[in-house]
Ligand binder design. Sequence first.
Ligand code: COA
Length: 150
Amino acid sequence: MDFRRSTPFDAPKMAALEARCFPDPWSERDFADLICTEGAMCFSAVEGERLVAFVAGRIIAPEGEIYRVAVDPEYRRRGYGYRLLDYAMKTSRGVGLETAFLEVRASNVAARRLYLSYGFKEVSVRKNYYKDPTEDAVIMIRASRADLEG
Ligand SMILES: CC(C)(COP(=O)(O)OP(=O)(O)OC[C@H]1O[C@@H](n2cnc3c(N)ncnc32)[C@H](O)[C@@H]1OP(=O)(O)O)[C@@H](O)C(=O)NCCC(=O)NCCS
């Protein structure tokens, strides 16, 4: 498995994997635009031609927001989500990332546990933030450069 920064050529595969993972998927254009945006924090895990996982976010130093993490269902529970997140966070130190935050559906136990296992803390809840279905968002933060040294 290779981990690397995403390029606009990854956008079609990101959108295809996204559609298998989320009820409200981003489009190919959404990913291509983000990848080309200053501060893009987009990384891919690939096996040959196959896109196995991606992290999509944006850094406005010293903060970064993680929008999406997705792992191909056939490759889950093998540590790729954790390892790609780690790769993205550590690589992004070079552009000044210190504090990362994200929001996640309250019912998404797999994602919440992944983020907790990586050192994110649950800091607040936005009531009824998501629609279809209506659901709370849990806000999670991984703070300080020191934390990222681990
Ligand atoms: C959430 C997601 C990215 C996890 O990816 P993954 O590669 O399977 O996760 P990992 O194998 O790296 O797991 C790391 C840790 O996260 C937790 N975890 C992951 N999946 C879990 C699950 N289904 N149930 C409970 N805990 C889970 C565990 O603590 C796990 O460590 P362990 O395997 O040693 O117990 C994946 O399930 C996914 O793509 N889900 C759909 C998209 C999504 O919801 N993304 C997050 C919101 S943006």
